[in-house]
Design a protein. Structure first.
Length: 480
């Protein structure tokens, strides 16, 4: 089974010459991650076999390794690794930087190393030098287990550096294969590319494709211009509830909702009327997501007041009580802490007997409100964070989970996506962690862990909607 190493990490290759270190490194790691003494010898000398340049090459290797680790970059040290003082120094640098550090132990038989060395057309090691390395190896291989690495690996194991959320995903993916559980999936649309002339066709195609591929819901962000976490303020951005009304006519099965409507953006009774109308026109598929509203610059741009946090919480609590009253029979008045609605007439009532109220947010105060009034709460974070947030829920409240998710069909496809989509000059590993970049199998393991933590619906925002097909492979693993 493939071993997954946390990004970033330090990998120290240890073994005599011709034991296979460089070949193994090239098979498992991108060239930019490998710091090779041979390549540095070619840089400071006349070529990789310029033994006279070794001292300068090793001095340069120490500088490069130190600088890479200090910058938090995955570093694969491809040299003999037989010098204990050097190894311990690299391990110490990794510990200071808070990075995992593993050693890879190349215990290739001596005769095999000699045979490989004889067959080399270049970089052939003098026979007496190789003999010395093989002699030293006998004690070195016993020392590795006592030096304090996170693991000492055999080169037979395939290894890959992955974002932290995928380090334990192999076991979870196996559990899903052996004893599958169900999990709903929603697609969040957060960008609207292609220009205004084609936007209608584009958003319809995305929703229809999502429905066809097995998504259970389509959500849109409730903003009036693009948020800085996703793009630039002047990018095309559609109003949420108008878009959902359009999608109600373009789809037949998926639920439709906002993640989430800022409670300050609309008169709350008006919001209730909008959601009820969507439910009727969609055939009972509306979800009403509400949240505290956080984007102060958007409020200022549109001339809206931006109340204090306490005032917004008071408004949100009233809204969570008012909306079900609006969707119910009759026209009884509602008098809350800050809301006063004399007549709650709202006909036609929603088709759903109970239109779901979803609260967005992971803070304790929000979770307590959701526990008291909502049907679902949308949270963020890894499985451990979800378990902590679930502790606030003392009654049946569904946990939904939103994450940016980049899905590659396999490792090569994933690497291509990362390099294609990452912002200019961005560290590929940091970008991969930001977007939870993983293969189909990686993602199956991650979502199994989230399900075990209590999540009932995983909502994903895809950095590249061309990866919908790969996402569908993940979804299929959770279909019961």
């Amino acid at each position: 089974m493939e071993l997954k190493l946390p990004s970033p990490c330090v990998v120290i290759l240890v073994g005599p010459g011709a034991s296979g270190k460089s070949t193994w490194a090239a098979e498992h790691f991108a060239p930019d991650l490998i710091v090779s003494s041979d390549r540095l010898r070619a840089l400071v000398g006349s070529g990789e076999d310029d033994i006279a340049a070794s001292t300068d090459a090793f001095a340069l290797l120490e500088v490069v390794v130190e600088r890479r680790i200090a910058r938090g970059l995955t570093t694969v040290v491809d040299t003999l690794g037989l010098d204990k003082e050097r190894r311990v120094r690299w391990l110490g640098l990794a510990r200071e930087a808070g990075m995992a550090c593993v050693a890879v132990r190349f215990d290739t038989p001596a005769e095999e190393c000699r045979r490989r060395n004889r067959e080399r057309s270049a970089k052939r090691i003098p026979a007496d030098v190789l003999t010395g390395q093989l002699r030293a190896w006998r004690s070195v291989k016993e020392e590795l287990g006592e030096e304090g690495y996170d693991d000492v690996l055999a080169p037979e194991a395939a290894a890959r550096v992955v974002p932290e959320v995928f380090v334990e995903s192999n076991a979870a993916q196996a559990r899903q294969s052996e004893a599958p559980v169900g999990l709903r999936f929603g697609l969040q649309v957060s960008r609207y590319p292609g220009g205004r002339e084609g936007l209608g066709a584009w958003v319809r195609e995305v929703a229809e494709r999502a429905e066809q591929l097995g998504f259970d819901a389509v959500y849109v962000m409730d903003h009036f211009r693009q948020i800085p976490q996703v793009g630039r303020a002047w990018e095309d951005f559609l109003e949420s509830w108008t878009t959902l009304g359009y999608l109600a006519a373009c789809t037949t099965r998926v639920r439709l909702g906002t993640l989430v409507s800022g409670i300050t953006y609309r008169n709350v009774a008006h919001l209730g009327k909008i959601a009820a109308t969507l439910d009727v026109l969609s055939g009972g598929r509306a979800v009403c997501g509400v949240g505290l509203a956080w984007f102060e610059a958007e409020h200022k741009a549109y001339g809206w007041p931006f109340p204090s946090v306490n005032d917004r919480y008071a408004l949100l609590e009233d809204a969570l009580q008012l909306l079900p009253v609006l969707w119910g029979p009759g026209n009884k008045p509602f008098h809350g802490k800050v809301l006063d609605v004399p007549d709650t007439t709202c006909y036609p009532r929603p088709l759903q007997e109970h239109l779901p109220l979803l609260v967005g947010g992971s803070g304790p105060r929000t979770l307590r409100l959701a526990n008291r009034y909502a049907d679902a709460v949308n949270v963020f974070g890894d499985a451990a964070a979800v378990r902590e947030r679930a502790k606030y829920l003392t009654r049946p409240v569904e946990l939904t989970h939103l994450s940016t998710t980049l899905v590659g069909k396999d490792k090569n496809h994933l690497d291509q996506l990362i390099h294609q989509l990452r912002p200019r000059n961005a560290n590929p590993e940091k970008y991969a962690a930001t977007v939870n970049a993983g293969t189909v199998d990686d993602q199956i393991g991650r979502f199994r862990e989230l399900s075990e933590a209590g999540v009932t619906e995983a909502i994903i925002s895809l950095p590249d909607l061309d990866t919908l097909d790969a996402a569908a492979e993940v979804i299929s693993a959770f279909r019961m």
